[in-house]
Design a protein around this ligand. Structure first.
Ligand SMILES: [Zn+2]
Length: 153
């Protein structure tokens, strides 16, 4: 099941970028670029609920149970394709999280950072430009995720 999921994600990102399972979604520029993903998260985390609100407000994009995993991968792929716009210094600065007790403010400040916005914009453009493929990946990937979750409970 994990093998099948990994194959699908590889096919989705389709390029010279490595993918690796971890405990969160993130992009690491080292070693030519690696996308880390997690199968432990689901659509209803606080961060995803905020992301949904942010995407609806700024991009008129509807993040759903069906597409959030694919869009999360595409966002990390967006980092891969836009990281060249930033110097290492700028990048590192943007990766430091702001301190705040307000969870929502932290999330929104994070989504609003320039490197995050360009990655998200890349992801949404790609998603919208390839509706057929995205539908395929959303449905295939969700089916695998469901199988994995059922097997683990
Ligand atoms: Zn990001």
């Amino acid at each position: 099941m994990l093998k099948k999921l990994e194959k699908l994600i590889k096919k989705l990102v389709d390029h010279d970028v490595e993918i690796e399972m971890d405990d969160e979604f993130r992009y690491d520029v080292d070693d030519g670029g690696t996308i880390y993903y997690t199968i432990d998260e689901d659509f209803n985390t606080e961060c995803n609920i905020d992301w949904k609100e942010f995407l609806a407000k700024h991009y008129n994009f509807d993040l759903t149970e069906e597409n959030w995993f694919v869009l999360s991968i595409l966002h990390e792929l967006g980092h891969h394709y836009t990281i060249e716009y930033f110097s290492a210094d700028e990048w590192n600065k943007m990766c430091t999280m702001l301190k705040s007790n307000d969870r929502k403010k932290v999330n929104f400040d994070h989504f609003n950072k320039l490197n995050e916005r360009v990655a998200t914009e890349w992801a949404i453009s790609y998603y919208n430009a390839n509706p057929k493929e995205m539908k395929y990946f959303c449905s295939k990937i969700n089916a695998e995720l469901k199988k994995i979750k059922c097997a683990n409970t």
